[in-house]
Design a protein around this ligand. Structure first.
Ligand SMILES: Cc1ncc(COP(=O)(O)O)c(C=O)c1O
Length: 392
């Protein structure tokens, strides 16, 4: 493969691996501990939120977030949860797994995301109690308007920001518009801890419940003050008893100290990654704009574009076949537009009988694909991708 979806497991891979080896040799503790906490604090500060809770993947973060909201009674069995029809499988699966009803909301072909218009349209047909929006491929919808619609309609807004770390709108960073947001640090994301995920929130009760959900339902990772409160509530009198007391539903979704170490180490390169991804995209976008076989993306509402990939939306299905052949012949690894229209996925068909009209997401599914965008792309790589995007 000439230009793979990603080239390395980490940015500055040599330096990162050396530092990781040194860390492993120097520490006695490799299960979740102080490095994870240090990374959580640093990430919360960087993102501009009060609390961050580290998980072993972005998918785990999505599952834990919905479980925590159920434990807190803010969502209940049978609630309808809206989601962006263009998303990843493990954004939607937890809605089904946790006994709630997924409601697909159409995305816009020009922004690849749900816009307030699409949300309002769906709300005329049905009520939802929460909206787990996905900020897809580094782009977002008009999140400020979406936030006000949710507030007005008493809808809990959650953001799956696994693909848009670093993207900023005039009103704030992607991931800071809802009650909580999730992130992924899987290889090829904006920063990598090999596997890893995070949840950010300003809501203290939710942050506390996330720690219970992350580790078996127990209180061991809570502050002494919180532990005291939980133990008093359930009449747990001794430290001995508290060790195996399980307060609410949880999983084991813990990261390791390796995740924490890598997160802290890679965080120092996040600005550089974001800038490079943005400039790669903006350079290639000039070629897309001059090609009338391709649909330009609208990102006027976005101030800083931390793209995840280079999306290519063709005006027709047959043009898509032509461009896929070009990319493949040039040795550029490509992928479908994430999970496409999720309603067309076998798992969704199996578990959800009620299907909704999603014309825009269908268009993105049928006409789009993407190739990788990352800082290690060379000038020559950008030229090769550019050549494939040029109208000939
Ligand atoms: C939108 C979205 N949500 C969730 C995830 C899951 O993240 P992970 O692979 O870390 O489980 C991904 C993965 O790429 C994603 O793109």
């Amino acid at each position: 493969m000439n230009i793979p979806l990603m080239k390395k497991a980490f940015l500055y891979e040599g330096k990162t691996k050396k530092a990781l080896a040194k860390f492993i040799l120097s520490t006695d503790k490799l299960s979740m501990g102080p490095k994870c906490e240090e990374f959580e604090k640093a990430f919360a500060k960087k993102q501009g939120r009060k609390w961050a809770t580290l998980f072993n993947s972005g998918g785990s973060a999505n599952l834990a977030l919905l479980q925590a909201l159920k434990n807190l009674g803010r969502l209940i069995d049978g609630d309808s949860v809206g989601f962006s029809a263009l998303t990843w499988s493990t954004n939607v699966m937890p809605i089904i797994q946790l006994g709630m009803k997924p409601v697909a909301i159409d995305c816009n072909r020009e922004t690849l995301n749900v816009m307030s218009r699409q949300l309002l349209n769906r709300l005329t047909q049905q009520k939802i109690q929460a909206f787990f929006i996905t900020n897809a491929l580094g782009f977002t919808g008009d999140l400020q308007e979406i936030k006000s619609i949710c507030k007005k309609n008493k809808i809990i807004l959650l953001e799956d920001n696994c693909e848009s770390l670093g993207t900023e709108l005039p009103a704030g960073k992607a991931g800071n518009f809802g009650l909580a947001s999730t992130f992924s640090f899987f290889v090829a994301h904006h920063m990598s801890t090999i596997e890893g995920g995070m949840i950010c929130t300003d809501d203290e009760a939710l942050a506390e419940m996330l720690k219970i959900v992350r580790a078996n339902g127990w209180d061991r990772n809570l502050t002494p003050k919180s532990q005291k409160r939980w133990r008093k509530k359930f009449n747990i009198k001794s430290e001995f008893e508290s060790k195996y007391t399980f307060y609410d539903l949880g999983f084991n979704l813990r990261p390791t100290e390796i995740t924490g170490f890598l997160g802290l180490f890679q965080l120092q390169y996040l600005e550089e990654t974001t800038n490079k991804r943005e400039s790669n995209f903006l350079n290639l976008e000039k070629i897309i704009l001059s090609n009338d076989e391709l649909l330009p993306l609208n990102h006027e509402h976005i101030k800083r574009l931390s793209t995840f990939a280079i999306p290519v939306i063709c005006k027709t299905v047959s043009l898509k076949a032509k461009y896929i052949k070009r990319f493949t012949d040039a040795g550029i690894e490509i992928r479908p537009m994430i999970a496409g229209n999720i309603e067309r996925q076998p798992f969704y068909d199996k578990y959800v009988t009620k299907k909704l009209e999603l014309p825009e997401t269908d268009f993105i599914h049928d006409n789009g694909f993407y190739c990788g965008n990352y800082p290690e792309l060379t000038k020559k790589d950008i030229e090769t991708i550019g050549n494939c995007l040029r109208q000939k």
